[in-house]
Design a protein around this ligand. Structure first.
Ligand code: GRF
Length: 197
């Protein structure tokens, strides 16, 4: 059994897709926890509805990033978490969590990295007028959306698209891709930290 914690800061549509798709089909993985840094984020409501325990850690309640991550790490250890999935977690991961989980932590980003890292990646691509963008799943390192890439999937930008339709297409790809890759990782624990899987 692989015990996973999802970290999220916002709406949580990826969190929900992961829980729903992995819960029903697979006994080898459990989405054990949601860790959220934003009180009131909709993802906390989703966790409640899905029956997943959630912990909210507002960074400002801690004296430093290190203290904040140390508190999170304690909860992860208590719940014997093996693997961390970032899904719209809007912070850089610091040394404390990286030392404990590097190679066992992945992120999803809505662009074809290294293009358009950071915030508002879909808008960045839209404004740049690209004809294709996409989604990247990668391991997490200390940089901004910079760790080793596990998989990328392209999304075409067509004449008919608006920013809203492009966002919808990208999220649909994310919701298929992320649960599938997480399951692949769960089934190949000996390959954690390596690419390709
Ligand atoms: C997704 O687009 C993900 O790629 C990015 O943040 C967004 C989170 O969306 N890292 P949601 O909260 O899962 O709906």
């Amino acid at each position: 059994m692989t015990r996973i914690a999802v970290f999220a800061s916002g709406s949580g549509s990826n969190f929900q897709a992961i829980v729903e798709q992995l819960r029903t089909k697979h006994q080898s993985v459990e989405i054990s926890l949601l860790i959220c840094d934003k009180p009131g984020a909709y993802v906390v409501e989703r966790a409640k509805n899905l029956g997943v325990s959630s912990f909210v850690f507002p960074l400002k309640d801690f004296g430093s990033k290190e203290a904040y991550e140390t508190a999170i790490l304690e909860v992860l250890k208590e719940h014997e978490i093996d693997f961390i999935v970032l899904a719209g977690y809007m912070r850089l991961v610091g040394q404390t969590l990286l030392e404990a989980y590097e190679g066992k932590m992945v992120n999803i980003h809505p662009s074809l990295l290294p293009a358009f890292p950071g915030l508002h990646a879909i808008e960045q691509a839209w404004e740049a007028g690209v004809t294709e963008t996409g989604v990247t799943v990668h391991y997490v390192d200390s940089g901004l959306d910079s760790g080793p890439i596990i998989e990328q999937q392209k999304v075409m930008v067509t004449e008919e698209d608006t920013l809203d339709t492009l966002e919808a297409k990208i999220h649909a790809v994310e919701h298929e891709m992320y649960p599938r890759i997480i399951l692949e990782l769960v089934n190949n624990r000996q390959k954690w930290g390596t690419v390709p899987l």
